[in-house]
Design a protein around this ligand. Structure first.
Ligand code: ATP
Length: 235
């Protein structure tokens, strides 16, 4: 295994009196796809916000490519190579697909080239490049949200529940695209409630329950031990 790209150590996060994460340890290797699975309220979104530096009052260490990011702001974390697609497909409804991509690019010339690369991952977006954000289906909006996070050419992509609210068919399509993104070399940390599919498209997985890492293992091992994963997930 390569040296870790992302290393999270002793991560504890609180919302007032509620402790949402208890001393979580997690790592992602370069180019690796890792699933973060667990029921509602397990702490998946909180962990992603902490990696991105969006939560005041978190403690612990976040290291990326050997750099200590613990005291670094969100902008520095984005610049160093972390992309983030938060839960809920936040796209600009009043801009076209192409404009949505370009506004997420650090510079205009590279933006056009990068948008082409994004379209290669998501041909359905290319076909809709002049369509307004509001006119897209749920699956297309999710693809656009992921595409926007890819515009900075991140080395690590944080994806928070990309399949939320999608039909099983679209959920499969979106998560297959996530697998393609990681196969092309971008590391992915994927928070998902669709455990089976998340385990199919990742190499390793962490099971979170009530803010603690209950278990971590190779995704295929967790898939084989479905009785165990059902127990871990309370399914
Ligand atoms: P979901 O799939 O529902 O988003 P999750 O695994 O992402 O779940 P989090 O959203 O990280 O879980 O929530 C972890 C815990 O922190 C839960 O107990 C939740 O109620 C609490 N929590 C999350 N956000 C807040 C907030 N803004 N204020 C107070 N408590 C919060």
């Amino acid at each position: 295994m390569n040296a870790a790209l992302l290393e999270v150590g002793g991560l504890t996060a609180r919302y007032g009196q509620i402790t949402a994460l208890h001393s979580v340890e997690l790592s992602v290797a370069p180019g690796e796809a890792v699933a973060l699975v667990g029921a509602n309220g397990a702490g998946k979104s909180t962990l992603m916000k902490c990696v991105m530096g969006m939560l005041a009052g978190a403690s612990g260490v976040v290291r990326f490519a050997g750099n200590d990011l613990t005291q670094r702001p969100v902008s520095a974390r984005a610049r160093i190579g972390i992309g983030y697609a938060p839960e809920g497909r936040r796209i600009f409804a009043g801009l076209t697909v192409h404009e949505n991509l370009l506004v997420a690019s650090p510079d205009r010339d590279n933006g056009r080239a990068r948008a082409q690369e994004v379209y290669e991952f998501f041909p359905a977006l290319q076909a809709k490049s002049h369509a307004m954000g509001w006119s897209l289906s749920g699956g297309q909006q999710q693809m656009l949200a992921i595409g926007r996070a890819l515009m900075t050419r991140p080395r690590l992509l944080l994806l928070d529940e990309p399949s939320l609210g999608l039909s099983p068919l679209l959920m499969n399509e979106v998560l297959d695209r996530v697998a393609a993104i990681s196969a092309a070399g971008t590391a992915v940390l994927l928070a998902e409630q669709n455990v089976h599919k998340a385990l199919m498209v990742t190499r390793r997985a962490y099971v979170l329950k009530l803010g603690r890492v209950l278990h971590h293992d190779a995704s295929d091992a967790l898939l084989r031990a479905s009785h165990l994963s059902a127990a871990f997930l309370g399914a």
